[in-house]
Design a protein around this ligand. Sequence first.
Ligand SMILES: O=C(O)CCC(=O)C(=O)O
Ligand SMILES: [Fe+2]
Length: 200
Amino acid sequence: MVNLAVADLFDTPILPGLATSENFISAAEERALIALIGDCELTPFQFQQWTGKRLTCSFGWKYDFGTGCFAPAEPIPDWLLPLKAKAAGFAGLDPTDLVQALLIRYDPGAGIGWHRDRPVFEHVVGVSLGQTARMRFRRRSGTKFERAYVPLQPRSIYHLSGESRNEWEHSIACVDAVRWSITFRSLTRAKGLPLSDLTS
Ligand SMILES: O=C(O)CCC(=O)C(=O)O
Ligand SMILES: [Fe+2]
């Protein structure tokens, strides 16, 4: 195992294409968002026979890991639109680029395993609520992994693009108190491929 970088300071870019910022929203906004997420119907993440401990709800587009289908979902609700616009501003995107919103609640003991986000999505912009979590990154280097870590503080935002999004996998270590995240994503620009070719 090679420890490439450990981020001790938030706001320090540790990987190309990874941007983070603390205090992106206020404590009052955080409380309001947590309450609004509480009003949504979150369901356990399903992957084939396996039911994850985290609860999710997708808007705009959803990817069903059970069927492998990528499909339109309920529109992004109005209460998420100001946050979406602000998140787009942070990422240097137009708010209309962010066509998917994913709400996640991680109860104690829940995390997310190693993955890269589905290729149908391009930019990934995430806001953290409730509890600090450790986002881990790894990239194969010969027979070993290069690794990097970033603490995701409540009320902070991150933007994954470029190398950090495409070349590195990420995961979230299991939390010991409830954490919520709101992730906005853009769709991969056409590249001449039909959507069905991007959902693999
Ligand atoms: O909870 C988060 O901030 C990250 C979630 C994630 O990596 C994903 O849904 O692909
Ligand atoms: Fe992810």
